[in-house]
Design a binder for this molecule. Structure first.
Ligand code: ZN
Length: 371
């Protein structure tokens, strides 16, 4: 700019200031990421939609609810996957990436060997699967998450926040060691997904953040309770929330075309026998907690390490996802490095933190954002 004539320089400053004013406070023009997760949602339900065998079983769906609320919208439709999660199928899969459909030979898995929540959240937030995290207790996480890593950098400090439907999240993000705000707004009460959605949208509307994580939990609660109807409805509400988030992102110059949205689950669930849809966990997990669903102590719940992933935005390269439909497998552990890459950060610096395990590399469909 220094070689330009003085008048042109002033013009550039004026135009630049006008653009900044229109786009909101600082950070307009900077890459941003929004991560949204749904606890324990199976790939089967995302891609195949509602399972008629579960819907027809009165143990899992009250026949009155089936006739009125579940059958017509979720089962008696030409494309059950798109009927349950229309935003994921009609927008994300077409403009970005939606992977994990075993019926198409796609592979996405957790890399941890337990297949339940704390190990799953630690894995994708820190990029470091940890065999020593063996329960869902309120244990401060020894592993550094990408949120903590960003918060510790002057360039990103104060621009990282999370809301989530689980009172263990402050421990998984280790708010004792770092000051990433978690569940600001409803701290002290047990949250539900409704509160999480409300606080998540408020956080987004503040327009002063660069990395936002919104974590939903109702799906896992309803599944463990054996309530397939409410599990399906929680998934549909979740998909609609994603549409609201994406519409907001693309309507606000603070976020538009600068924001990568990633969507995940922390683990899958079983498929056979039919009752296994309620549960998840590896053989090791059930051996560590033998009183929890003892019928799985010897086998675990096969397939509950199978997950799905979705991503849309300027860091997403859909062609890269082909690797995971032709023999390769995407792992949840790759998400932390992916989100740092989407922010234009060098994930290798995060991977080589002193005293930490190395983090997994980014997913093949994520690259530094264009511009
Ligand atoms: Zn669970």
């Amino acid at each position: 700019m220094s070689h330009q004539p003085r008048r042109l320089g002033w013009l550039a400053i004026l135009v630049g200031s006008a653009l900044l004013a229109a786009a909101g406070p600082a950070l307009a023009g900077e890459p941003k990421v929004v991560l949204v997760t749904f606890d324990g949602v199976r790939w089967q339900d995302i891609f195949r939609g509602a399972d008629p065998k579960l819907v027809d079983d009165p143990a899992y769906v009250n026949p009155d609810i089936k006739a009125d609320v579940v059958g017509p919208p979720y089962v008696d439709v030409p494309d059950r996957g798109a009927a349950l999660t229309p935003f994921l199928h009609e927008v994300v899969a077409r403009q970005g990436v939606l992977i994990g459909d075993r019926d198409k030979g796609e592979c996405a898995k957790v890399a941890n060997d337990l297949w339940f929540s704390y190990p799953g959240y630690n894995e994708f937030l820190s990029g470091r699967p940890d065999p020593d995290l063996t329960d869902n207790g309120k244990t401060p996480n020894p592993n550094v998450t990408f949120l903590e890593y960003l918060q510790n950098q002057p360039a990103h400090h104060g621009k990282v926040a999370m809301v989530g439907t689980w009172d263990v999240f402050p421990y998984i993000v280790n708010t004792r060691r770092t000051d990433v705000p978690v569940n600001e707004g409803f701290h002290g009460t047990y949250p539900t997904d409704v509160k999480t959605a409300r606080e998540g949208l408020k956080l987004l509307a503040r327009r002063d953040q660069q990395a936002i994580y919104i974590a939903f939990g109702d799906t896992d609660e309803f599944a463990h309770a054996g309530d397939y109807a409410h599990y399906l409805m929680a998934i549909e509400r979740g998909d609609d929330f994603l549409r609201q988030v994406w519409d907001y992102i693309q309507s606000d110059p603070y976020y538009r075309d600068q924001t990568t949205l990633m969507v995940l689950t922390d683990h899958g669930r079983g498929e056979t026998p039919l009752a296994a849809w309620r549960e998840h966990g590896s053989r090791r997990a059930f051996q560590l907690s033998p009183t929890e669903a003892p019928q799985y102590n010897e086998t675990g719940v096969p397939g509950s390490d199978d997950v799905w992933m979705a991503a849309i935005g300027p860091a997403v390269r859909p062609d890269g996802a082909r690797a995971y439909a032709s023999g390769g497998c995407a792992h949840s552990a790759q998400v932390a490095a992916s989100l740092l890459t989407a922010l234009g950060e060098d994930w290798r610096a995060f991977s080589h933190l002193p005293g930490q395990r190395e983090a997994a590399p980014p997913l093949a469909f994520i690259a530094p954002p264009k511009n």
